[in-house]
Design a protein around this ligand. Structure first.
Ligand code: FES
Ligand SMILES: [Fe+2]
Length: 353
């Protein structure tokens, strides 16, 4: 960027984010408190962001520090403060606090991806054109991995770094290391259960493989929009679906390694290739049928949208429902029991509010 100023839309509200010369970030309401012009076009002068309309200037706390057109000696700016939102930076992502202004933000959640050393985490994001809840509901749907992400052939385990389902599952099967793709493909009727936890729901999908061996996949759902799933034997994905507004959401994924440092270049390169910057819009989407290839669907994959980037599979599942799914038309089954439980929790939370 030429200047560190960015328009941000989250939870249906518009903000401007900027970084001053000291490296501090400010997140302010986007409309200038003078006469409402757009501060995302502001001049970043190092000690504040200046509105180009009449030159009013604001520091990272939103305090107005200059109103240059006012008469000399004017104290007007001392009485003007733009609403600003507390920010913390964790694992490569800025988090804002959007609660009531007079309240102190609650302690930051002590998830593994935020407590791990920086060397052991990697973050990425992408924009999806659908409501955040239908995106989140994919994360708490353990059955879909056996279908949506099915490959008819297993790739070599050697080339599986950073790829979901391509790595081996923990342990071996009859002396052989099975890739997750094979476990998912061969055992398509998981026994799903869940437990209420202080953070939300913990779900377990069991896939009995032999008399002695059961594949166990645990997902933690951190209410209301985060889930933690295994990526491989040694990494987890913590994924948050953050509403931009009702019809768009950003997924933020934090990869956490429990052994060696994360190879960030190996993680970043393929993911960057799938999006356009600066907004992290996926190159695949409704406009190009998410890259659907009927020949591939016949011969190589269940879905037909590529083998390298399974994120696009989930994107198709969420976006193809429509920006806001009409849930009066759906029919839930046994494998959807966690989705039902989560919707009940959500309904209760809405009632509480
Ligand atoms: S509208 Fe921003 S300074 Fe006047
Ligand atoms: Fe998925």
């Amino acid at each position: 960027a030429v200047r560190p100023v960015k328009a941000v839309r989250v939870l249906g509200q518009d903000f401007v984010l900027f970084r001053d010369a000291q490296g501090s970030y400010g997140l302010l309401d986007r409309d200038c408190p003078h006469r409402g012009a757009d501060l995302a076009f502001g001049r970043n002068e190092g000690d504040g962001l200046r509105c180009p309309f009449h030159g009013w200037k604001f520091d990272t706390n939103g305090q107005c520090i200059e109103t240059p057109g006012e008469p000399a000696g004017s104290l007007l700016c001392t009485r003007i403060r733009q609403r600003s939102y507390p920010l913390v930076e964790r694992s490569g992502v800025l988090f804002g606090w959007f609660g009531p202004e007079e309240q102190t933000p609650p302690p930051f959640p002590a998830l593994d991806c935020f407590n791990a050393p920086a060397s052991h985490t990697f973050a990425f994001k992408g924009l999806w054109n659908c409501n955040w809840l239908q995106a989140f509901e994919v994360g708490i749907d353990p059955a879909h991995a056996s279908y949506l992400h099915r490959f008819f052939n297993d790739a070599s385990l050697d080339d599986s770094y950073g790829k979901q389902f391509r790595g081996a599952s923990a342990g071996d099967v009859g002396g052989e290391r099975w890739p997750m793709t094979r476990v998912m493909r061969e055992f398509g009727q998981p026994l799903i259960s869940f437990e209420a936890k202080p953070h939300g729901l913990q779900l377990t999908a069991l896939r009995p493989m032999t008399d002695e061996l059961t594949h166990v996949r645990v997902t933690n759902a951190v209410f209301p929009q985060t889930f933690v799933i295994p990526l491989s034997e040694t990494m987890t994905i913590t994924q948050m679906h953050v509403p931009v507004d009702d019809t768009q959401n950003y997924w933020f994924a934090f990869f956490t390694s429990f052994t060696t440092p994360v190879d960030k270049d190996a993680m970043r390169t393929p993911r960057l290739a799938a999006v356009t910057l600066p907004d992290y819009k996926p190159k695949s989407g409704r406009h190009n049928n998410w890259g659907f290839n009927p020949e591939e669907q016949q011969t190589r994959t269940y879905l037909g949208m590529g083998e390298d980037d399974i994120n696009v599979h989930d994107q198709w599942a969420c976006e193809s429902m429509g920006a806001i799914q009409d849930r009066t038309r759906e029919h839930l089954g046994t494998t959807d029991k966690v989705i039902m439980a989560n919707r009940r929790m959500l309904q209760q939370a809405i009632d509480t509010v």
